[in-house]
Design a protein around this ligand. Structure first.
Ligand code: SF4
Length: 695
């Protein structure tokens, strides 16, 4: 029994970073008697300046949940049994080793959540490559901002946000497209409002009249998926009016003539976008004529089978007007999870090592082999996350899922379930028994962010420290400790780390962007923004100043034509389904639905439907309805609102009782492999309860 000492009864404040969205707000966890008792915003933090959104303010609430996993579990005769770490890790090591020896390197796949720290994502990447000689490791950016990584790298040479969030204050015009920042990234939304109050014009383009759209000076409602024609048409009008930045185009870009030829076809796009020509022209000129104009976007742009092209279109727009490489401009994706930037930076990606060093470049492979003390690293990129699912049971026999929940977050979850069940062996490491963990052969209990040290990298490329405030429950361990223990069980060399700082240093020595970052330097509230290549380097908040990060230093225009979504509405499935996030919940609800404050705000899912559509179907607000697609159906309740256009319905994807991703389409972007999560055809009908014979 634990006897509480006098010092333990005193309040302690442990500075760390919010575990939810990619804004990366600083906060203090308030600890008393070894338990979290509250959260206090970090007043001097440069990102949130003493403010937090509802999720941040309640981020302590799931930590001591009675549902936390506390012991390793092995499925025996279809039921989970509690076992020792020794037994669980022994079985995981034996099974993964046997799969590898029997079927070869690419028969084992690794999936990494963007919730884990940089150090943990790096270790998983190292284990896959050194221990199993496979590049089939990927992270959940694949189903959120994969197209940003690919698209921005192609356009500008670096697949990351160009400017810090606070830099909105230097913009005269902010073009927000496909982002409901006020709900999904509230402290980024705050920056938009502050910029507007200072005099910046805020344009919000979105099919839904969101909480963010309601803050705009100009709201542009466009048809879902019509980003390319909308942006091409904006560029047509900018060029026609002679408002392009000729000097910037001449000195800092290539490919302009091809772009110009393509956008000539997009003078009038009202049929495809629903936006009248005059309105397109108005926002185009507002953006082009501003001294400094910034673009902010999110999943409305990326979650499409043309996601990479959508991102490159925004890159084209910024290049055309010279809005890259100085304060108050740029192209800025709002990243979804706390460490989605970091998980990509760390090489938990099938085609690159940490720092985006391509696996198919011999020089890079030699560098990593030398640093890691191994030979024979694979030279071909591995499979992506969604390809893992398709290959499960075929080419892929065993899978290690670290902190992800594809059973709610991937498209067509009936297909996901069938695929995972075809595996010979599935191990899931998580903090709760998620819908995915329920399918596992072995479940490893992990510490949550408040129970470990490490670093996160936010959407601005800002690397920040997280700090342990309380002990993990039961026998749960930090992810990095579990991975190193497994590596030792497998006799994989290079995993003798004394602590997590040691892991960071192992990564930083081979990752150019992080080369000058140390834990000591991260003690400052503002952390460090990569690239920070040397010890004395101050970090780089604004990218592409003077030259782009591409090998020739130029930004690239891409001529991009419109391709419609794969599955259009028809007689049988007459509505377009969009999916999205809401203010009080986060991803698959694993943490927020166990936070009493957040769950009390929105305890259940719903479908938004326009009043005219609802009336035509005989549906009223609060009625039970059935939403059906070619892949399945869910029952939920109707939320009738003019905020959604006719012919479109929208569902948050957080709720396991009515999982929106049972309906969504697996069609993929050929470049980034992003699925078309924001567009599929559905039918909606009233759901009448069947009356039993006995009444
Ligand atoms: Fe956390 Fe994002 Fe809210 Fe900041 S804006 S408190 S990082 S959820």
């Amino acid at each position: 029994m634990h006897n509480t000492s006098k010092s333990e009864m005193e309040l302690k404040y442990v500075p760390t970073i919010c575990p939810y969205c990619g804004v990366g707000c600083g906060l203090n966890l308030v600890v008393r008697d070894r338990r979290l008792v509250g959260v206090e915003p970090w007043k001097r933090h440069p990102v949130n300046e003493g403010k937090l959104c509802p999720k941040g303010l309640a981020c302590n609430q799931f930590v001591h949940s009675a549902d936390r996993l506390t012991t390793p579990l092995i499925k025996k005769s279809g039921k989970f049994a509690e076992v020792t770490w020794e037994e669980a890790l022994g079985l995981v090591a034996a099974k993964l080793k046997a799969t590898h020896e029997t079927y070869g390197p690419n028969s084992v796949a690794f999936q990494v959540s963007c919730r884990v720290s940089n150090e943990e994502a790096y270790l998983m990447s190292k284990l896959a490559r050194v221990g199993f000689k496979t590049n089939s490791i990927d992270n959940c950016a694949r189903v959120c901002h994969g197209p940003s990584v690919t698209g921005l790298a192609l356009s500008f040479g670096s697949g990351a946000a160009t400017n810090p969030l606070a830099d909105c204050m230097n913009a005269d015009c902010i073009f927000v497209i496909g982002s409901n920042a006020m709900e999904a990234h509230p402290l980024a939304g705050r920056r938009l409002i502050m910029a507007k109050e200072r005099g910046a014009k805020v344009i919000v383009a979105d099919p839904r009249y969101t909480m963010t759209a309601k803050q705009a000076d100009i709201y542009v409602r466009f048809y879902p998926s019509a980003i390319i024609p909308l942006v091409n048409s904006m560029m047509y009008h900018i060029i026609k009016e002679g408002k392009e930045d000729k000097e910037f185009i001449e000195t800092r870009t290539k490919g302009f003539q091809e772009l110009k030829t393509t956008v000539t076809k997009y003078a009038d796009v009202e049929d495809i976008t629903g936006v009248p020509t005059e309105a397109v022209k108005e926002v185009a000129l507002l953006y082009a004529e501003a001294n400094n104009a910034a673009i902010v976007y999110c999943l409305g742009v990326t979650e499409s089978r043309t996601g990479t092209d959508n991102v490159r279109s925004l890159g084209n727009l910024a290049l055309l007007t010279g809005n890259v490489g100085r304060p108050g401009v740029g192209v800025n994706p709002l990243r979804g999870q706390n460490n989605v930037q970091g998980a990509c930076d760390m090489g938990a990606y099938p085609n690159v090592y940490s720092g985006y060093q391509a696996v198919d470049v011999e020089e890079n492979r030699c560098k990593m082999e030398k640093a890691w003390g191994v030979e024979g690293l694979p030279s071909t990129p591995g499979l992506t996350l969604t390809e893992h699912i398709d290959a499960a049971g075929g080419k892929i026999k065993s899978m290690f899922i670290l902190g992800e929940n594809p059973m709610l977050s991937f498209p067509d979850i009936t297909h996901v379930r069938a695929s995972l069940q075809r595996l010979d062996f599935l191990v899931v490491q998580d903090i709760f028994l998620t819908e995915t963990a329920e399918l596992a052969d072995v479940v490893l209990p992990a510490a949550c962010w408040a129970e470990k040290d490490g670093t996160f990298t936010n959407a601005e490329r800002r690397v920040q420290r997280i700090r342990k405030a309380v002990d993990p429950p039961g026998e749960a361990r930090a992810d990095w400790e579990i991975i190193t223990a497994l590596a030792r069980e497998l006799s994989v060399p290079g995993f003798d780390f004394s602590d997590v700082e040691d892991v960071f240093n192992d990564m930083a020595r081979i990752t150019p962007q992080y080369g000058g970052i140390t834990y000591a330097r991260l003690e400052k509230p503002e952390g460090l923004v990569w690239p920070c290549p040397t010890e004395g380097h101050p970090g780089t908040p604004i990218l592409h100043v003077g030259a782009f990060s591409s090998p020739d230093g130029l930004g690239t225009f891409f001529p991009i034509d419109y391709v419609p979504p794969e599955e259009l509405p028809d007689e049988e499935y007459p509505f377009v389904l969009m999916t999205g996030r809401i203010l009080f919940h986060y991803l698959t609800g694993t943490m927020t639905r166990r936070s009493p404050t957040l769950n009390a705000e929105v305890p259940a899912g719903y479908v938004e439907i326009n009043p005219d559509d609802a009336a035509a179907l005989g549906i009223q607000k609060g009625d039970s309805v059935r939403v059906k697609s070619r892949r399945g159906e869910v029952e939920t309740v109707a939320f009738v609102t003019k905020d959604i256009p006719k012919g479109v319905v929208s569902m948050p994807f957080h709720f396991k009782e009515c999982p929106a991703n049972r309906l969504t389409n697996t069609a993929r972007d050929p470049l980034s492999k992003m699925p078309e999560l924001k567009f599929c055809a559905v039918a909606v009908e009233p759901a009448y309860k069947e009356v039993s014979e006995t009444g």
